[in-house]
Design a protein around this ligand. Structure first.
Ligand code: HEM
Ligand code: MTE
Ligand code: MO
Length: 402
């Protein structure tokens, strides 16, 4: 048994030596950890906001203004998520020799620490992997993306919190000594896992700064070449993101076409009508009758959950005017039904915070012309500050709830 352990120990040491780099050290790992921790916290908070907007609990304060709020939070979510990929890889590289340390478990606390890190690493890799692939609308796995992504986010923040809690003595010691001091080569003896700065490295400080600059540049490049899908100012740099601003029918991208939704025929049928219902009351509107109602213009972005977003000019009938035609109070929630029959997009709920808003329209026009079939002809909902997935296209019925 002892011989086996010694042998394994030697193997691991050899592997460690083969992949050794003078740049690795506690300082590098700490700095990358801070960057990555900040990125994950931003991802978690913006992701949670997106989640809550899609199934708001009773206590939730819904914010139709500023109209660009969700566009910003989800754009930041996807950009930060993509930017965290180089950070995560660099962080894993910086601690890689730790995986080879022998014996693998030294105490209960050490076992707990390793388990929490294993969980953190595995869930982070899966989370950013499926997140990235999702923004390309590719779902090559048999599980529902949203549910898995959501629960993995909780696994990440919980294991991150545990990881920080276990490291608290190290962090506290670092701050007690002062950051400048502990940046110096730490005393030998590897008191808490991370190797100290290797002795004899020429100038680890300078090398570390160069490496950190390279990681920062990789992160910046990942963000810069994708964030143009959400932020107009960066559109010219958009090399990798799947959506391009100003493209598609009426210069606006389409997530799912009428043909894909199976509504190409029903949406173009001459007999199309909109039905608005409230308790026993019901009103039916032809397209001509809708056009005869007061028309209003709203400049609102489509802000897709997948991160792309773009401003557009919408024109149509205010939802609250439509609710008034059946005598519904202005403060009503409404359920919006699409011609699309099945799946997540067939209907959406419009809470009162949006339905009473001046900017919320049943839009008939986009950028100065009747809606393109793929943008929801004959009529779609457009409300401020909401995820694109809730801006139901090809509306056939509005049901006032309550
Ligand atoms: C490359 C990295 C990432 C990308 C591209 C990405 C992308 C996305 C996308 C597209 C959504 C919208 C899902 C939908 O509503 O259909 C989303 C939601 C979310 N993301 Fe991420 N994400 C990434 C990383 C992360 C990380 C690191 C966390 C947390 C630590 C996180 C937490 C969340 C949460 C909580 C949601 C809400 C899910 C829900 O609505 O149920 N994401 N993300
Ligand atoms: N009925 C229906 N409404 C829908 C969709 C859909 O597939 N079916 N896609 C949603 C999504 S995910 C987004 S981002 C917006 C996109 O609107 P656009 O295609 O006009 O750009 O429409 C939303 N409304
Ligand atoms: Mo979307």
């Amino acid at each position: 048994m002892d011989r086996l352990t010694t042998k394994l120990q030697a193997r691991m040491d050899a592997l460690g030596a083969a992949s050794a780099s003078p740049l690795r050290g506690r300082r590098l790992t700490v700095i990358l950890g801070r960057w990555l921790g900040a990125a994950f916290v931003i991802c978690f908070l913006t992701g949670l906001y997106s989640h809550l907007l899609q199934q708001p609990p009773a206590w939730m304060v819904l914010l139709p203004r500023p109209v660009w709020l969700y566009r910003l939070t989800q754009g930041v979510h996807v950009a930060t998520g993509i930017g965290s990929i180089p950070l995560l890889l660099a962080k894993l590289w910086s601690v890689f020799p730790e995986l080879l340390r022998w014996p693998p478990i030294r105490s209960v606390l050490h076992a707990l620490e390793r388990a929490s890190i294993a969980l953190l690493v595995a869930s982070s890799l899966v989370e950013v992997g499926i997140g990235l692939v999702n923004t390309f609308e590719w779902y090559p796995w048999p599980f529902p993306f949203k549910t898995v992504h959501y629960w993995l986010a909780w696994v990440i923040v919980s294991s991150l919190a545990l990881h920080v809690a276990i490291k608290l003595p190290v962090i506290a010691a670092h701050w007690r000594r002062g950051p400048a001091e502990s940046a110096d080569p730490a005393p030998a003896g590897r008191p808490n896992g991370m190797p100290a700065e290797p002795a004899g490295a020429a100038s680890p400080g300078w090398n570390r700064r160069a490496l950190l600059a390279a990681v920062a540049a990789a992160t910046g490049a990942a963000v810069l070449t994708t964030a143009g899908q959400s932020f107009g100012g960066l559109a010219g740099f958009n090399v990798f993101a799947p959506r391009r601003q100003g493209t598609g029918p009426q210069r606006l991208p389409v997530t799912r076409t009428a043909a894909e939704a199976g509504v190409a025929t029903t949406a173009l049928a001459t007999g199309w009508t909109l039905t608005v219902t409230y308790r026993q009351r019901q009103e039916t509107f032809s397209l001509a009758r809708l056009r005869a109602l007061p028309q209003h213009t709203s400049e609102l972005p489509i802000a897709c959950v997948e991160g792309w977003s773009q401003d557009a000019l919408w024109r149509g009938v205010r939802i609250r005017d439509l609710l008034a035609t059946v005598g519904a109070p202005a403060d009503s929630d409404a359920r919006v039904h699409s011609l699309e029959q099945h799946g997540n997009y067939a209907a959406s709920t419009l809470p009162a915070a949006y339905s009473r808003d001046d900017l919320t329209l049943l839009a008939l026009e986009l950028n100065g012309a009747p809606l393109d079939l793929d943008h929801g002809y004959p009529a779609r909902v457009m409300a401020p500050g909401r995820p694109g997935v809730l801006q139901t296209k090809w509306v056939r019925r509005i049901e006032v709830l309550g």
